[in-house]
Ligand binder design. Structure first.
Ligand SMILES: [Zn+2]
Length: 758
């Protein structure tokens, strides 16, 4: 204990030293700029900061969040028009781009228990005292999820915890099947669309998803309006589309939903669920769960409701009915440009504007930070500045249903984006807390340099230093993981805060994982309390103003952070990309894959030995009806040599490029243009034209949302997911695909190095 505390202190003092170095760094040249260019850029950024106003953010934010904002809502369209008018007033070249998409809305939804005692679920969120915004029942749609199936089913209930793959394994061990049943699962542990997907695969005919108070209700904190957390009647809406197969309009996977476009039939759409799904509150879930009998649920499955959690099946029997209007709705993306003075390369920035109801935190907190950047950039233009590269800002519609607005736009402009896109900066919701950055590892240096010059509103240090301190504290805790310790060691040695790999769940996905535009998702989080009202009627401006970011100081911090990244990417003499962090991360992930393959094989051998010895039959309580797991075919040894070679080449090529760039004196404009054209292509080379196995829309070989996590990232996914699924020949093919993309990346870096060396 003492030793630990001491090493934490040593590490922390290293952080403080690093933070002194960070202050010195403020005078260092910015990545991609000459020393003189850096000074000019910092002066520009000081003028940008002076244009930012928390009061302006709050005034717009309150207005934007004053009515329901889902796809097709009149208030969402009015917001699009207001956003368009603002961009124009601030000097941007702006327009609305529309797409027509499938967007079903509920005609009727109902859930009742028919046995052992009748109960009808309320499926209604009443207004909360003191929150005027929540008092708009007439214009709010009933709680629902989008892209479940229509249906009217009656069956016994089975409780399956989070409804994720391990939960079905555990249920199988208990000898309980969901075939022909309705499952009731809690929110959390993975993307909500996986819950009905997996339930259907296991034979269920309906899926009810409830918000468990242990996770985001009274178990987590006082409930709204006393505190921030989910009240008894609060419901989490959401999309249940198979996001990890492809986002966007389910009827146009891979092409744009423009007028006259080919469309699948609803029955053909691979990402729409096959069974009816309904989200409910914990007030509605409690009588259902209390009436389920059978075995007591495993300890980890129990929540905070005052009842014994049991798995069923039955005797609780429920009737679930969902009927929707399967119509087409129009999306309104607002696209605004500041034309570049010297280059037609595009620097892109976006945040979605649509919400499930009012959407004050998700997404308008981030949206209004982005709009404040747009206002400040417009101010710089009025003062005579022109960005060197073209800046494109986007207010996306239809994100909540499955990244519709951004995906359709990217699919419509894919060729142009492939030729011109140099970076996409995303945000979504934001609030009090620490800077979080998920994205392309080549942007790590750029993001760290920007973070080192943004002051944290609460502590007064820069947000990078605060992030480093938090990383040290996390690594010193008893629950620290190996990556936590690795990160702490790196930052203690003065290294950058690593960027996390991208999963999915916001609009960066089409840019990065489909096309290959270097992308980063930025937010401040960790101290805001928004999880309890996530996707409910109670995500209001009143709630955000109390619990999200009361003085909008973190919204301003987000505008400063994202604004710096955008302005530096727009004006850098050489594109601000560094590939050593990519090479280092690939090396780490490859070592991890090697361990995963060995662990999977060893685990399967050990399991099969236990099964052969009838160990489960002997160990399990014979009165409980336990069932031994099925034997696993043991896979062959995976040959990772091609990937190891490609990883080593990437490291050498990235190192050589960095060294050549550092050694290069000044570049002639022609050579600089050639270098930038090469660098623009590098991240695109990390995509495989044939896409990932079973989901060709996802093409990035470095990271993807997990097929069985949905939001969570999987690195080197073509190999990792095949190992996890024990598809060994697919894993071997994934080694070749991934190695080929890494080699293409190395070849481009070698060309860039050769160019620098003249
Ligand atoms: Zn969002």
């Amino acid at each position: 204990m003492h030793a630990k505390a001491k090493s934490a202190l040593v590490a922390l003092s290293a952080v403080l030293l690093a933070s002194v170095a960070g202050t010195a760094l403020a005078a260092d040249p910015l990545i991609g700029f000459s020393p003189a260019g850096s000074d000019a850029q910092r002066a520009l950024e000081a003028r940008f900061d002076a244009n930012l106003s928390a009061a302006d953010i709050q005034a717009r934010h309150a207005e934007m969040a004053s009515g329901p904002n889902q796809i097709g809502a009149p208030h969402n369209k009015a917001n699009a028009e207001a956003v368009l008018a603002r961009f124009k007033a601030w000097g941007w070249d702006a327009r609305i781009e529309t797409f027509d998409v499938l967007y079903p809305t509920p005609i009727s939804v109902s859930l009742e228990m028919t046995a052992p005692t009748p109960f009808k679920a309320a499926l209604n969120e009443p207004p909360v005292p003191g929150d005027k915004s929540s008092n708009q029942a007439a214009t709010v749609l009933p709680p629902y999820v989008v892209y479940g199936a229509d249906g009217d089913v009656t069956a016994e209930l089975v409780y399956v915890n989070y409804g994720m793959p391990d939960d079905y394994k555990a249920l199988g061990r208990m000898g309980v099947s969901v075939k022909g049943k309705i499952v009731i699962v809690r929110y959390g542990a993975g993307f909500r669309g996986l819950k009905p997907h997996l339930a259907y695969e296991h034979g269920a005919i309906g899926c009810v998803i409830y918000s468990e108070p242990a996770d985001d209700g009274y178990g987590a904190g006082l409930t709204y309006p006393d505190g921030a957390w989910r009240p008894g009647a609060g419901v989490q809406r959401g999309s249940v589309v198979d996001l990890s197969v492809s986002p966007g309009d389910p009827l146009t996977p891979g092409w744009a939903s423009v007028k006259g476009a080919r469309r699948l039939l609803v029955s053909e759409a691979p990402t729409i669920q096959k069974i009816p799904v309904l989200p409910i509150s914990y007030a509605d879930a409690q009588p259902l769960l209390a009436a389920i009998g059978g075995q007591t649920a495993p300890a980890a499955w129990r929540g905070a409701l005052p009842l014994t959690y049991r798995v069923g099946p039955g005797p609780a029997t429920a009737r679930l009915s969902v009927k929707s209007e399967w119509g087409t709705k129009t999306l309104y993306n607002v696209i605004a440009k500041l034309p570049g003075a010297a280059s037609d390369q595009w620097v892109l920035r976006g945040n979605h504007r649509d919400g499930w109801v009012m959407g004050a935190s998700d997404p308008l907190s981030g949206h209004e930070a982005m709009m404040e950047e747009a206002k400040a950039l417009g101010g710089l233009v009025k003062g005579g500045w022109r960005p060197a590269r073209t800046i494109v800002y986007a207010s996306w519609d239809g994100e909540e249903a499955g990244l519709l607005g951004s995906t359709e736009w990217v699919e419509a402009h894919a060729d142009e984006l492939t030729r011109k896109g140099v970076i996409y900066v995303n945000s979504d919701n934001t609030g009090r807390g620490l800077l979080r950055a998920d994205g392309s590892f080549s942007l790590q240096r750029l993001v760290n340099q920007a973070a080192a010059e943004v002051r944290d509103p609460e502590t007064g240090v820069d947000v990078r230093t605060r992030g480093q301190a938090a990383a040290q504290v996390r690594a010193a805790s008893s629950g620290a993981s190996d990556p936590d310790r690795r990160i702490a060691k790196a930052v203690a040695e003065g290294g950058d805060l690593p960027i996390s790999p991208m999963g999915s769940g916001s609009d960066y996905t089409p840019f990065n994982q489909h096309l290959g535009v270097p992308s980063v998702d930025l937010r401040y989080a960790g101290e805001e309390e928004a999880a309890g009202v996530y996707h409910s009627l109670y995500d209001t401006y009143e709630h955000f103003h109390r619990f999200g970011d009361p003085d909008a100081s973190y919204q301003v911090a987000l505008a400063k952070t994202a604004g710096r990244v955008i302005m530096r990417a727009a004006d850098a003499e050489v594109l601000p990309l560094r590939f050593e962090p990519l090479a280092v991360r690939v090396e780490i992930d490859l070592a991890d894959l090697r361990g995963l393959a060995a662990k999977t094989r060893d685990g399967d051998v050990a399991l099969n030995t236990l099964i052969a010895a009838k160990a489960f039959a002997l160990a399990d309580d014979p009165k409980d009806g336990w069932v031994a797991p099925a034997a696993q075919p043991v896979g062959p040894d995976l040959d990772l040599k091609a990937l190891e070679d490609a990883s080593a080449r990437l490291k050498a090529s990235a190192g050589a490029y960095d060294a050549a760039l550092a050694a290069a004196a000044s570049l002639t404009p022609e050579r600089r243009a050639k270098l930038n054209a090469l660098l623009q292509k590098v991240e695109f080379s990390l995509t495989a034209p044939e896409g990932l196995p079973g989901r060709p829309w996802y093409r990035h070989v470095v990271s993807a949302p997990g097929l069985l996590t949905g939001y969570g990232a999987k690195t080197l996914p073509a190999v990792r997911e095949a190992i996890e699924g024990r598809r060994w020949s697919e894993a071997q093919a994934g080694v070749a695909t991934t190695a080929r993309a890494l080699d293409a990346c190395s070849a481009l870096l070698d060309q860039a190095t050769a160019l620098l060396k003249g």
